[in-house]
Design a binder for this molecule. Sequence first.
Ligand SMILES: Nc1ncnc2c1ncn2[C@@H]1O[C@H](COP(=O)(O)OP(=O)(O)O)[C@@H](O)[C@H]1O
Ligand SMILES: [Mg+2]
Length: 292
Amino acid sequence: MEKQPNDDNRISGYGQGAVDSVISVEEVVRQTQAIAQDITTEQLDGLVDGDPYVVLENLTAGYGKMEILHDLTLKVGRKQSLCLIGPNGAGKSTILHAIFGFNNIFKGRVLIGEGDDKRDVTRLSPNEKLSQAGIAYILQDKSIFPGMTVEENLWMGGFLKDQPAQAKRAAEQVFDKYPRLAARRRHNAGVLSGGERRLLEISRALVMDPELLLVDEPSIGLEPRFIDMVFEILHDLQHGEGKTIIMVEQNAKKGLEFADIGYVLVSGQLAIAGKGDELLANPSVGDLFLGG
Ligand SMILES: Nc1ncnc2c1ncn2[C@@H]1O[C@H](COP(=O)(O)OP(=O)(O)O)[C@@H](O)[C@H]1O
Ligand SMILES: [Mg+2]
C-alpha cells in the first residue's frame, strides 16, 4: 500500500517550498533510484577543473558497524565547489563527516592535494585534518558558544594554533573582512541574529585558514535575506579567496545555482552527477528536488 505523507516524513522543506504536491521521503528515494544513472569515473573526472584536489576513492563508511556510504567516489578540483543534494537520510552529511574524520571508514581512501602533492588523509583525526590538511568543517548545529563574546568565539577557532597570538591576529583579519562582526565583537554571541551567527560560524573556521571548506546546510533555519548573504559570503570565499567548497544543501535550487558540480545522492550511492546548471535544468531533478 502506498504510504501516506504525514508530518514526520513530508518533504516540504525541499526546493522552493511549494508544497501542493507533498510526497514522502520513501517515495523520493524510490523515484530517485528510478532515475539513477550508471556513473563512470571518466564522467566524474570530466566535471573537475584541472587535476582533482579532493578525491573520495571508493569510500565505504558509516557509524559503528553500520555501513551508510557504499563504494562512493567523489572528485572536485581546487577552487571549485560541489553541492550534494538528495533525500533525507541519503548520507550527504555522512560524506562530510567521512572527509573530516567523524565516522568510520571501512574501505577506500580520502586524498587531498594536487598532482604529486596528493596526500592520503583517510586516517587523520579531525584536529589533524584542520591543522595539517587544511580542511575545515562548518556548521555543526549550535556550535557557537552563546555565553562568550564574538571575538572569544573567533579565538576558539584558532585553538589548534601554536600561539594564542596567532589566533588573535587571524581573528583581526576576519574582523577587517566582515565589519558586521567587528561591530559586535564584544557582544555575547547569544545575542546575534541568525544571519550574524551563521557568519560567525563560517568565519570561525577561517581562523585556521583552511583550503577546503565542508559546509553542511548553510541556509538552514535562515530568513531569505540571510540565505542570500550566506551564499554571497561562500561565493567570495570560493572566487575571491580560492577556497574549495563541498556543501550539502537542502535548498537544492540555491545549492545548484551556487556550485560548479552537483551530485544527487540516494541510499549512500551516487545517482546523478553533473555540472550544477545541468542538474538545475534536468527535469527529473527539478520534479524531485527543485519544487516542481
Ligand atoms: N551519528 C550517527 N550514528 C548513527 N547513524 C547515523 C548517525 N548520523 C546519521 N546516521 C544515519 O546515517 C544515515 C545517513 O544520514 P545523513 O548522512 O545524516 O543523511 P543526510 O545528511 O543525507 O540527510 C541515516 O540513516 C542516519 O540515520
Ligand atoms: Mg544531513
